[in-house]
Design a protein around this ligand. Sequence first.
Ligand SMILES: NC(=O)c1ccc[n+]([C@@H]2O[C@H](COP(=O)([O-])OP(=O)(O)OC[C@H]3O[C@@H](n4cnc5c(N)ncnc54)[C@H](OP(=O)(O)O)[C@@H]3O)[C@@H](O)[C@H]2O)c1
Length: 260
Amino acid sequence: MQDYQPLPGLLKNKVILVTGSTSGIGRCAAKNFAEHGATVILLGRNVKALEEIYDEIVQLRLAQPAIYPLDLARANPDQYVEMAKRLEENFGRLDGLLHNAAQLGTLTPIEHYDIALWYEVIQINLHSRFLSTRACLPLLRKSPRASVIFTTSEIGKTGKAYWGAYCVSKFGNEAMMQILADELDNTGIRINSINPGPVMTKLRAQAYPAEDKSNLATPDDIMPAYLYLMGADSQHLNGQSIDAQTYSHFPEATTESIQS
Ligand SMILES: NC(=O)c1ccc[n+]([C@@H]2O[C@H](COP(=O)([O-])OP(=O)(O)OC[C@H]3O[C@@H](n4cnc5c(N)ncnc54)[C@H](OP(=O)(O)O)[C@@H]3O)[C@@H](O)[C@H]2O)c1
């Protein structure tokens, strides 16, 4: 993973929507995309936290970001259409979409899983990704080369006791990614997924409260894989699921990547 050295202008002039950009991996990805030239649209439910990351990017004198407050647990289909409309009015197109926002829910046997919580986790982790992709596809088509990334998990590859709605949602993400990649093959839109691996975040601490955090990767550690999938160096990849902490097939960054 560490072998990939993206060029500073990798995402120059790209417009990228990052869901769940208020903390953890999403926050770090939004900042990294901006540092590599992108105009990032920061989506989250907490306006104060969105304003903090917005200010941080502005203070670094990077491309001016935008904030889009949306509670993915409660947004209805029309609100996603409205979001796409607003993005079109302001930016004209979308070059990247990082589906990152998620909630763990609870670790409990399915027999005892709270029904309202199950619905909420599936809504945030799966349905919102369907609704936002569906609404944004016309905007992604307006980009000469768009990249959509679904954030998955090890838990989305093998069912594991007590992981309930989170596990089901992550399996669903892999399926949605593969379906979309097949449907959009040979178009200007690539669809891939990324498994961050164990990373020190709020969500991880909720899942493993007692674990020793000293050996955990930080969000910054896994950014090369995010930049790689979002940028033109991975333009040959479609329908792939990559592990952010072990992926090692990075090509050398080329100057072409900053011109695309
Ligand atoms: N950390 C790991 O070890 C790990 C491993 C595998 C996969 N992942 C995946 O990585 C992604 C990022 O997670 P993370 O570890 O960075 O966790 P995190 O720090 O908890 O970040 C989750 C983000 O999702 C947002 N979010 C949650 N519910 C939302 C809602 N209803 N509406 C809008 N935004 C909402 C959160 O906003 P608030 O701040 O408002 O809650 C936050 O910005 C997730 O898809 C997760 O499944 C993480």
